[in-house]
Design a binder for this molecule. Structure first.
Ligand code: TYM
Length: 334
């Protein structure tokens, strides 16, 4: 890896199957970025413990996320692809950053409030300090670009605040990281039922997973909410219809999209046909990734070597940052 390249870092929690939101919000960017940047991508297994204390499925989920990343085109020889828990320096930096994060701001974080509402019986300190651990992940490599979906925007804003506080108190060590999506706005891939976004653990029937088989994809797309169509030419689209068009933008050809847009504007649209087309385009998109991921996932030896290689690259970068940090804080007594 070339030390002069800009540094990129991102992560995905192993809390379930990867879906189209993870792909278009994050992994698609990882794959593009590996060509021009120095990249660190990891499976955020420690973060998953904040909401998934039962670890029976953890190993399988970690293996699956790694396999799916590679199946999407990530090359472990070009990037550092690793597990968060293998890089112990993360925990040390997390501890230092916790002294710079205030209870009030952590309690106001949208993801914290959501998770606390969903799991009122497990509002643990790890959940509260989730954005602090995420900041540690990012700045451990002194990354400046963080490819993520729109839901992570606030965490990145908090990361910049923590960095500013650290630099102000102990000296300029860290650059300020920013969320990244190839010069465009961050994206949110909507769910198929018109309510909210695709998600690993909620709303499973309205989410398209990279592991869904062809029949499942067709079934889910055909169930997407529609209505009897517009009655006035050039009417505005209700949210649930706009979502179907947005999904089409991700996988269908420009000609196809244009045709359905024109049909909509002329009040000739047949949503049954549109969903059939979308389903077939989704099948074409997902099937090759699913098949490739399945063969990688079951190759334990390959995955083990991949994790070892990733850990080595990530720890090398982590160690040099931690040395600077200890020195800056004043934890250098001899
Ligand atoms: P996670 O595991 O929830 O999601 C992984 C990535 O997928 C994106 N994403 C979406 N993008 C668009 N539309 C959607 N419907 C959608 N759903 C998910 C997320 O924005 C994310 O980029 N906190 C992070 C994991 C993390 C991390 C990090 C990320 C831990 N440390 C350091 C960046 C840098 C998370 O929960 O992602």
């Amino acid at each position: 890896m070339n030390g002069k390249l800009s540094i990129v870092m991102s992560g995905i929690r192993p809390t379930g199957y990867l879906h189209l939101g993870n792909y278009f919000g994050a992994v698609r960017n990882y794959v593009k970025m590996q060509e021009e940047f120095e990249c660190f991508f990891m499976v955020a297994d420690l973060h998953s413990l904040t909401t998934h204390p039962d670890t029976k499925e953890l190993k399988l989920n970690v293996q699956r996320v790694l396999a799916e990343n590679v199946a999407c085109g990530l090359d472990p020889d070009k990037v550092a692809l690793y597990c968060q828990s293998h890089v112990h320096e993360t925990a040390e930096l997390y501890l230092y950053l916790n002294m710079l994060a205030y209870k009030g701001e952590l309690e106001k974080t949208v993801t914290f409030k959501d998770k606390a509402r969903q799991h009122p019986d497990n509002v643990n300190a790890g959940l509260l300090t989730y954005p602090v651990l995420q900041t540690a992940d990012i700045i451990l490599h002194r990354a400046i670009y963080v490819p993520v979906g729109k839901d992570q925007e606030q965490h990145l804003e908090m990361a910049r605040n923590f960095v500013q506080r650290f630099n102000h108190r102990y000296g300029e060590i860290f650059p300020e990281p920013q969320a990244f999506n190839f010069g465009e706005e961050l994206i949110k891939v909507p769910s198929l039922d018109g309510a909210g976004k695709m998600s690993k653990s909620e709303n499973q029937y309205a989410t398209l997973y990279l592991s869904d088989d062809d029949e499942m994809i067709r079934k889910k797309v055909m169930k997407a909410k529609t209505d009897s169509g517009p009655t006035e030419p050039n009417s505005a689209k209700p949210d649930y219809i706009a979502n179907i068009f947005q999904l089409m933008q991700l996988v269908s050809s420009p000609d196809t999209i244009q045709q359905f847009e024109a049909d909509y504007d002329n009040c000739r649209i047949r949503y049954g046909d549109m969903k059939k087309q979308l389903a077939e385009d989704m099948v074409q998109f997902i099937a090759p990734i699913r098949e490739k991921a399945e063969s990688i996932r079951t190759d334990e030896k390959y995955l083990r070597e991949l994790m070892e290689k990733g850990e080595e690259k990530a720890r090398q970068s982590a160690r040099s940052t931690i040395e600077l940090v200890r020195e800056a804080i004043g934890l250098n007594y001899y």
